[in-house]
Ligand binder design. Sequence first.
Ligand SMILES: C[S@@+](CC[C@H](N)C(=O)[O-])C[C@H]1O[C@@H](n2cnc3c(N)ncnc32)[C@H](O)[C@@H]1O
Length: 327
Amino acid sequence: MRRLAPTVDVEVLLTSEDRRQALLHDVATGLTRTPKDLPPKWFYDERGSELFAEITRLPEYYLTRRERAILAERVHEIAADTRADTLVELGSGTSEKTRFLLDGLGAAGVLRRFVALDVSEATLRESAARIAGEYPGVMVTAIVGDFDRHLGAIPPGGRRLIAFLGSSIGNFGPVERSRFLATAQATLEEGDALLVGVDLVKEPERLVAAYDDRSGVTAEFNRNVLRVVNRELGADFRPECFDHVARWDAAGEWVELALRSRVDQRVRIPGAGLTVEFARGEELRTEISAKFRPEGVRAELAAAGFEPARFWTDAQDDFALALAVPA
Ligand SMILES: C[S@@+](CC[C@H](N)C(=O)[O-])C[C@H]1O[C@@H](n2cnc3c(N)ncnc32)[C@H](O)[C@@H]1O
């Protein structure tokens, strides 16, 4: 008998044309102001997602290992507290750590559905298909979407656990972060819960090393945004003419990633009708990765209308998971 391939419902809220328009907007605004910047979502084409997966295995990048340790230790408490029948993962990427949650909710006998949402379509389709194969009793939905815009598209009903792992929440600035949490709170219904992974403030040397690895993978990941703009908008960025910069911003308590121009240069971006000048030494900011303090996380969740969270750290107090329900 022929085995049927596992099926995944795929909902595309971001077509390639939507993505191009959004990139056009971000390039037109971000590259014409001082300092120049681009949002981190543009790192993640297929190559960018692969590079990120490689980053998670680097010795310097402790974040994934620490978050995995907390999930392994706490998953049964998470399952008992939430009794979630639907696991939703925002910015799911390869959904590698998610298997702890799928296994824990499965072992509790409650899991029915997994919903993964990510901007990176190829990676999302592949990882959703893999999960559908590994968890045959679970309905799998993949939403190609932007968690800045599409939280309202998360399927309603049941008891939903919304997981936002990998300290991706740190990629928002403080204002966008409070807006995101308020939108998430408004999206949640009674019985739903939010699980957020946050990297904690620690010695700047370790923080910076996590974003400036010796093998240069993060530098390639950082430069990938230029390749995305070249491909999508016909630009002529020369990635090799930009240095990777990772630095600790003590006032904002975030690690900042930037690309610093090695030379005076002019970049043509025909798809955006733009020519952009970079002076030698000028930086294009590509990401912030905010680091958190436990009291700050609790306060931000409370300010967004969540009840006091469960808060777990790993044995080294490097990383934390907060579980919150709408008040
Ligand atoms: C830092 S990685 C984390 C991946 C995974 N959750 C983990 O913990 O390892 C961020 C993920 O979010 C996705 N992403 C980034 N910005 C996004 C956005 N605005 N909307 C949806 N997904 C986004 C990326 O494609 C990537 O898979």
